[in-house]
Design a protein around this ligand. Sequence first.
Ligand SMILES: *Cc1c(COP(=O)(O)O)cnc(C)c1O
Length: 424
Amino acid sequence: MNHDESRAMYDRALSVMPGGVNSAVRAAIEPYPFFVRKGDGGHVIDADGNRYVDWVMGLGPLLLGHDLPEQVRSAIQRTASEGPMYGAPTEVEVDLAEFVARHVPSVEQVRFVNSGTEATVSAIRLARGYTGRNKIVVMQGGYHGAQESTLVEGDAENPRPSSAGIPQSFAEHTLPVPFNDREAMTEVFAEHGEDVAAVLTEPILGNYGIVHPEEGYHEFLREITDEHGALLVFDEVITGFRVGGLGCAQGHFGVTPDLTTFGKVVGGGFPVGAVGGSAEIMENLAPAGDVFQAGTFSGHPVTMAAGLETLRYAAEHDVYDHVDRLGERLREGLEEIVADQAPEYTVVGAASTFKVIFTRDGTPPKNAADVKKAETDRWRRIFWEQMKDEGVFLSQNQFEAQFVSAAHTGEDVDRTLEAYEATL
Ligand SMILES: *Cc1c(COP(=O)(O)O)cnc(C)c1O
């Protein structure tokens, strides 16, 4: 497989962009990533003309794949052609907010922002403002974007920044605990209960393996937060409009958080984030309340049109049936291959997400410590590249989820399973 054009582009990029990319994970591929020329249905074509079955799908946003259906494409083009944005409200913002509020159990009001990161920043500020408390409990291995309050590692006794550039005095307000560990959570509340503004978690950890909650875990989180007057915040930036269809993961699990963050799918492939919740909490955001939040591009008309028409299309065309069915076929096929060729590995995922984690402990991973034992080097140095050479584009590291889109076909699944069979 020839990558001369990608190599030349990366060489140029290294001179003008740190690490040659605009988001760190894209350069996880060594020695250099391929550059994408264009998408085509469930595939991408790189700068050298190589074609891959694409299970990265923008790292989550592209529920419909690369060729948007006519109703979505024409809404985007019409909106863009009328002028990019205004700094004044537009009807399409109300349309999308109504759609989200109608379908997502916990949501009465929404504030749209421009990224998942911005959504979690705003949700945390809102939770702190609403409760008058400072501390946030997060899950080890959870990801909530590139922001100061959540780039924190260690444990509740000893939290520390996981990135340079974040003061220890910020990290002290964030308490990481193991996912699925009720005892650790109970201890944190025993110690800090009066100071906890919110527990923030992905309903399914999607950026560190794909770790599922044990039966009853979310109900437990709902109870313990209620008991202590803390908010439960579900970060549904990945799972929102992906797992559980239009009702999101909270509908799937039947647990209603106080606040929900969205991103990825809700913008139909354009930059987006959102915070949603009850009117009582949401109305603490400016200008209704005194928690400041604002954004020049927030509720961008082109993004709103893309998100709204994507979700309308999904509602009208059995999109979730299709992607969930192919997700299940992938996971079942992978289970067979793994049982046969790599019984020490684990197949994970739900709905239209899937991943093979290069470890298991007798049972699937239940927290970040389990996932951490994975054979990352084999995945990165041998496996990813061979899958790429077989024409299959997988997410750029061992830990990020992979996504099925409406554009994928049974043939894409078969080809992918053959590639796993040849490579594992
Ligand atoms: C992707 C992601 C984010 C960050 O969203 P960006 O749009 O990349 O800022 C936050 N939380 C979760 C769960 C995510 O998967």
